[in-house]
Unconditional design. Structure first.
Length: 337
């Protein structure tokens, strides 16, 4: 099954096979998002695909972090589109510190994302699927609540239905962030956040696969645009506020499409209780626990990655086969040991 479980020689395989293939099939572009902010994107067009996946990446991520996933999706017959959210990758920053992630409101992320889908994706693709991870999962959920028919089905991987805030309670962290914003420090790093460090920290990362962690870290070393590393007080406040908004029952009830929802057994970035609550209050959600994974399930151990991708492609095939009719699967909790 390709190299879902490759560890040894992973970087060489990526550089020698995956990256040339993506360069051959990909192109990059830019559009103006909310407030005139320039948003950069990658588009990987597969001739004759007639279906596509749009990726909404996570906090401090960038399009090239998804090279492996994009390669698998294309070999499964999907064109792939991925914008770099404002403040990430080659998209415009709103602070002088290019390593800081800052946003005043998640609605800006949503407006950017919807503009991208409507102006870049929709004119080319009728059959659209959504894949959102972490912060990008929160953006995906907010998008689905406001535009429930924009996608046929969605995969949410460790979505930020609620933010983990370390030693502070969610409420206290939000209060501190709000006060700092009021005092004019909204564009300062939040407590526990910082700029990029050139020393790798695999043990503290969201990966189980060290080869994948090192590949991504090397990308950051090579490209200054990929060194986003910490969030501002305004970003923290906006993220907590967005979590509360997207988890309101009246908003969750607006989501009508099938959802494949993953959560990690060794999660340390987002709130699994909120993820379970999301599954409970949405109509067609299939919940899968990947027990041995950390936050980045697609960068977990060999067997977890294999199970993850098998679930994703089986779900997408079923969504394609069923078409516009409902997929009537009961919400389930399954543990992949």
């Amino acid at each position: 099954m390709m190299a879902y479980f490759a560890e040894e020689g992973f970087a060489d395989w990526m550089r020698q096979e995956v990256e040339p293939y993506l360069r051959q099939h990909g192109e990059q572009g830019c559009f103006l998002g909310s407030g005139g902010v320039a948003i950069h994107y990658h588009r990987f067009q597969l001739t004759g695909a007639k279906k596509c996946v749009v990726i909404s990446h996570g906090f401090c991520e960038f399009a090239e972090k998804y090279n492996e996933m994009i390669y698998y999706l294309m070999h499964a017959g999907y064109s792939v589109y991925i914008p770099e959210h404002r403040g990430h990758g080659y998209s415009d920053r709103s602070t002088p510190d290019a390593e800081m992630v800052h946003v005043e409101a998640y609605e800006d992320y949503v407006r950017d994302f919807v503009t991208f889908v409507k102006t870049v994706v929709v004119p080319r693709e009728k059959e659209r699927y959504l894949l959102g991870h972490s912060m990008g999962g929160a953006i995906a959920i907010l998008t689905l609540e406001q535009y429930p028919t924009l996608f046929r089905a969605a995969v949410l991987s460790s979505p930020m239905c609620g933010m983990k805030t370390g030693r502070f309670s969610n409420r206290l962290a939000d209060l501190v962030a709000w006060m700092c914003c009021r005092l004019g420090k909204g564009k300062s790093y939040a407590i526990g956040q910082s700029g990029f460090r050139e020393m790798p920290d695999f043990a503290g990362s969201s990966c189980v696969s060290e080869a994948r962690y090192q590949y991504i870290f090397q990308k950051r070393l090579e490209c200054p645009q990929y060194r986003t590393y910490g969030g501002s007080y305004a970003w923290v406040h906006a993220g907590i506020k967005a979590g509360r908004q997207l988890m309101k029952k009246k908003n969750l009830e607006k989501i009508s499409i099938p959802i494949l929802l993953f959560m990690a057994g060794n999660e340390h970035m987002v709130d699994n209780v909120k993820i379970e609550e999301f599954a409970k209050h949405t109509k067609q959600t299939q919940l899968v626990m990947v027990q041995n994974a950390k936050h980045e399930i697609f960068n977990a151990d060999r067997e977890s990655r294999r199970a993850y991708y098998e679930e994703v492609f089986a779900f997408l095939r079923k969504a394609h086969d069923v078409g516009d009719t409902n997929i009537t699967t009961d919400t389930k909790n399954r543990r992949d040991e």
